[in-house]
Design a protein around this ligand. Structure first.
Ligand code: HEM
Length: 344
């Protein structure tokens, strides 16, 4: 927590690919420090507020119900393919205001780009991400041009175009990069929360039964599932000036990896940290980070996850794991499942 809040640690200067990929990632506020970060964050916060996320509540519930009703008759599904993946994609596309028929392309680009911001991406991953990035930026540019021509809509792209603070606005390239960040940061992470959380519930039938019997405990349940199997495992930083943290002297230029998933299992903070307890109260977890880069989408992610777990527990009373091995996603930072076969 101290490291994440320390002003002596800044975003790492580790190179994240050249060309369009480096250009796009270089503009993400996630990788900027003050004063650039402060400026970008305050502009986007004008457009993307918890109230804006709140407006999506009915759409989120409608989508979880629709997805579960669509598979109900089948008796089994790959929960990642039919539930965890589509929900955040539908929600983020709706939030941004991109046409429903383009969702599949957005999903593909996100899948290609996300590995580039993982720990030590391979050359192949960077090449794939560069191509995905080019296509996504061209796509977003055309949407933004179109949106500027017409009357403003009630979506995030319009709000970002309009967002103004002290006579300052996002320029064209910043707008495109911001949309790409919201898409990337807001999609894969929530998919993995729903996937990891469902898997944890399925391995702890008593906890799944508790959620089914007392659906109101979904709020603490989501916090516990974020803590128990965190979708983002790491936050990378670089030491800007010597500083002592946790009794260790960090020297200028050193790279620091904050292990969020590990902090969330700290026995000094959480008694019996490896036990899943949906009613656990206690210190705030670090799954959304901490300090100036604290997750901007935490409110939206919580809304989605609460609806997803509540509906799954209540609408699927016989939910069980199928006796096939689960498959994990590749990568180190973004922890999630590739497939999760369940019956109901
Ligand atoms: C379960 C889902 C999510 C998790 C676990 C998660 C996790 C995180 C973490 C750990 C950070 C901080 C990284 C750091 O300090 O280096 C972060 C930042 C961020 N997240 Fe999320 N996130 C989630 C969902 C979302 C959603 C739904 C959105 C938007 C729609 C979003 C947008 C962002 C943005 C824009 C930042 C950068 C904030 C800044 O640099 O000031 N996230 N997220």
């Amino acid at each position: 927590m101290s490291a994440l809040k320390s002003h002596s640690l800044i975003q790492t200067r580790m190179i994240r690919g050249a060309g369009p990929l480096g250009a796009m990632l270089g503009k993400w506020m996630l990788f900027r420090d003050p004063p650039d970060h402060t400026r970008l964050r305050s502009l986007v916060s004008k457009a993307f507020s918890p109230q804006m996320a709140e407006r999506l509540r009915p759409k989120i519930q409608e989508t979880t119900d629709f997805l579960l009703d669509s598979v109900k008759e089948k008796g089994e599904m790959d929960l990642m393919l039919h539930y965890a993946s589509p929900l955040p994609l539908i929600v983020i596309a709706e939030l941004l205001g991109v046409p429903a028929e383009d969702r599949e392309r957005l999903r593909r680009w996100t899948i290609d780009i996300v590995p580039a911001i993982d720990f030590s991406p391979s050359r192949e991953a960077l090449m794939k991400a560069t191509q995905g990035c080019k296509e996504l930026m061209d796509y977003l540019r055309s949407i933004i041009i179109e949106r500027r021509k017409g009357p403003p809509k009630e979506d995030l792209i319009s709000a970002l175009i309009e967002a103004e603070e002290q006579n300052d606005r996002l320029n064209e390239e910043e707008l495109i990069s911001m949309c790409a960040l919201l898409l990337g940061a807001g999609h894969e992470t929530t998919v993995n929360l729903i996937g990891n959380g469902s898997y944890a519930l399925l391995r702890h039938p008593d906890q799944l039964a508790l959620l089914r019997e007392v659906p109101e405990c979904v709020e603490t349940a989501v916090e516990e599932l974020l803590r128990y199997d965190s979708p983002v495992q790491m936050a990378f930083r670089e030491v800007a000036e010597p500083v002592e943290i946790g009794g260790k002297l960090l020297r200028k230029g050193e790279q620091v990896i904050n292990l969020l998933g590990s902090a969330n299992r700290d026995p000094d903070a959480y008694p019996e940290p490896d036990r899943l307890d949906l009613r656990r109260t206690g210190p705030r977890h670090a799954a959304f980070g901490m300090g100036i880069h604290f997750c901007l989408g935490s409110h939206l992610a919580r809304l989605e996850a609460r609806a997803a777990f509540r509906s799954l527990a209540v609408k699927m009373p016989n939910l069980a794991l199928q006796p096939v091995p689960i498959k994990r996603r590749e990568g180190t930072n973004f922890r999630g499942l590739e497939t999760l076969q369940v019956s109901f």
